[in-house]
Design a protein around this ligand. Sequence first.
Ligand SMILES: [Zn+2]
Length: 209
Amino acid sequence: MEYFEVGTKKDILYWSKRLYQKGMTPSTSGNISVRTKDGILISASGVCLNDMDEDDIVLIDFDGNVLDGKKKPSSEKFLHTQIYDLRDDINAIIHSHCPYITAFACSNRIMQEPIMAEFVLYFNKIPIAKYHLPSSMQLAIETVEYFKISDTVLMQNHGVVSGADTLQEVFYTLESLRAYSETYFGTQVLGGAKKLSRKHIKEIMSLKK
Ligand SMILES: [Zn+2]
C-alpha cells in the first residue's frame, strides 16, 4: 500500500481515488475530510474526487471559514463541521452518492434486513435522516442528530455520510454497505432473500463478545 501519513492531503487524495474508482462518488458528487490539529481539511466544491490534486483540498475552521487554500470548500462543509463538533472520536468523514446505497435513501428504506451475517454483525441498522436542501445547515443539523446513535447515516433522497477515526475505516464501511446493497438487490431479482432467524441473529451477535 502507498505510504502516506493519516490525516493529510495525501491521505485524502489516496482514498478519494479509491472512492471514485469503486463508483462511490460518480462525477463531481461526494466530499471527503479529515480533522487535523489546525482545522478540517476538506475537498473543494465541484471537483471530481478522482481528478483532485492538493490544491483542491481546503483547510477550514469548525465554523466553515477558509483558513488556507484558494478554492471554495465543499458545499456540504456544515455536514462535516457539525459531525466533528458532536463526535470527538470521529477524525475522518466521507459523504457519498453511491447509487446502490443511495437507492435505499431514495426509497426511504432503513438498511436493516438481516440477510447477511456480516451486515448483522457490523451494522445491524443504518438510519435515515429526513430530507433537507443539500448544502443547508438544516440538512447538517438533521443528519448529525443520528450520529448520536450511528457512525453512518442515510440522507433521504440524497446519499449517505459516514465517519470513523481514519479514512481507511470509513472507506471499508462504505464498501461493505455497498456490497450489502448490491447483494440485497440481487436477492430481489432471485425472488427475495431468506432472512436470518432470531436464533441465528443472537448467535451472530455473540461473536462480538
Ligand atoms: Zn451530496
